[in-house]
Design a protein around this ligand. Structure first.
Ligand code: IDP
Length: 143
């Protein structure tokens, strides 16, 4: 299995609930390493660009408002099969459908405020990582 990188965001609702550490701990316990990390408040422009693929969806405006409503923690996770592993740990987009024990089942409030983001493919992972981090801000953990 190849070592991959993926972008994870701990969203404003989870930061407000003070569960940053609990969420990061789940990544580490599952064998994923933190290769980069920062806390930041997204600008409207950043949130609109990051979720640009959803621009035409009815939930786009609410999603942008929510993503700029408070600070987020943005991380690069590195490890074997990191993209799928992170999606598995996150659970389904709608916390009502998320499997028990997943991050969204345990910490998300609703389909809008759903605690975490994770890249869904190698292509989006590369784009999303470059959106937030310069190369020299990422520290390989598996070299
Ligand atoms: P994902 O975060 O599980 O990859 P996406 O379909 O990429 O899900 O959607 C991005 C984000 O947009 C979701 O995490 C959620 O916050 C929001 N979202 C998706 N679908 C809906 C919806 O039907 N209503 C409200 N918000 C939604």
């Amino acid at each position: 299995m190849a070592i991959e990188r993926t972008l994870s965001i701990i969203k404003p609702d989870a930061v407000a609930k003070n569960v940053i550490g609990e969420i990061i701990s789940r990544f580490e316990k599952a064998g994923l390493c933190i290769a980069a990390l920062k806390m930041m408040k997204l600008t409207r422009q950043q949130a609109e660009a990051f979720y640009g693929v959803h621009r035409d969806k009815p939930f786009f405006d609410d999603l942008v408002e929510y993503m700029i409503s408070g600070p987020v923690v943005v991380q690069v996770l590195e490890g074997e099969n990191a993209i799928a592993k992170n999606r598995e740990l996150m659970g389904a987009t709608n916390p009502k459908e998320a499997a028990p024990g997943t991050i969204r089942a345990d910490f998300a409030d609703s389909i809008d405020a759903n605690a975490v983001h994770g890249s869904d493919s190698p292509e989006t992972a590369a784009q999303e990582i470059a959106f937030f981090f310069k190369d020299d801000e990422i520290f390989p953990r598996f070299d």
